[in-house]
Design a protein around this ligand. Structure first.
Ligand SMILES: [Zn+2]
Length: 108
C-alpha cells in the first residue's frame, strides 16, 4: 500500500504515480495531485510522452529510408525522402496535441 506524499490518500499500486519534484526528489503521488503539480492530467502526460516517442521513431525511420534512397536511387529520391520526413514530423506533432488543450488555446 502506498500513500500520496501530498494529500496523504492511500493508493493501490495501480493508482500510485512516481513524480519527480522540483528538487529532483522522487515521490509517490495520486493522479489528482499529479494534475495539480504538472498542470495536465496523467493520461495526457502519458499520451504526449508516447506520441513523442512514436514521432521520434517515425522520423528516424524516414531518415533511414531517405539515406537509403539517396544512395541507391540518386538525389531526386533523397530529396523526396526529406520532404516525406518533414511531412511525417509535422503530421505527428499536429496529432500529438490533445483535444482539451486545443480548446484552451483557442479561447486565448
Ligand atoms: Zn494526492
Amino acid at each position: 500500500m502506498f500513500h500520496c506524499s501530498i494529500c496523504g490518500r492511500a493508493l493501490s499500486e495501480k493508482e500510485a504515480l512516481v513524480h519527480q519534484g522540483k528538487d529532483g526528489k522522487k515521490e509517490i503521488i495520486c493522479s489528482a495531485c499529479f494534475e495539480k503539480e504538472v498542470g495536465i492530467d496523467y493520461e495526457t502526460f502519458r499520451y504526449r510522452r508516447e506520441n513523442a516517442k512514436q514521432t521520434f521513431f517515425a522520423v528516424l525511420f524516414c531518415l533511414g529510408a531517405t539515406v537509403y534512397a539517396f544512395i541507391e536511387k540518386g538525389w531526386p529520391y533523397g530529396l523526396l525522402g526529406i520532404v516525406l520526413t518533414i511531412l511525417v514530423y509535422l503530421f505527428s506533432s499536429r496529432t500529438g496535441k490533445p483535444k482539451t488543450k486545443e480548446k484552451e488555446t483557442n479561447q486565448k
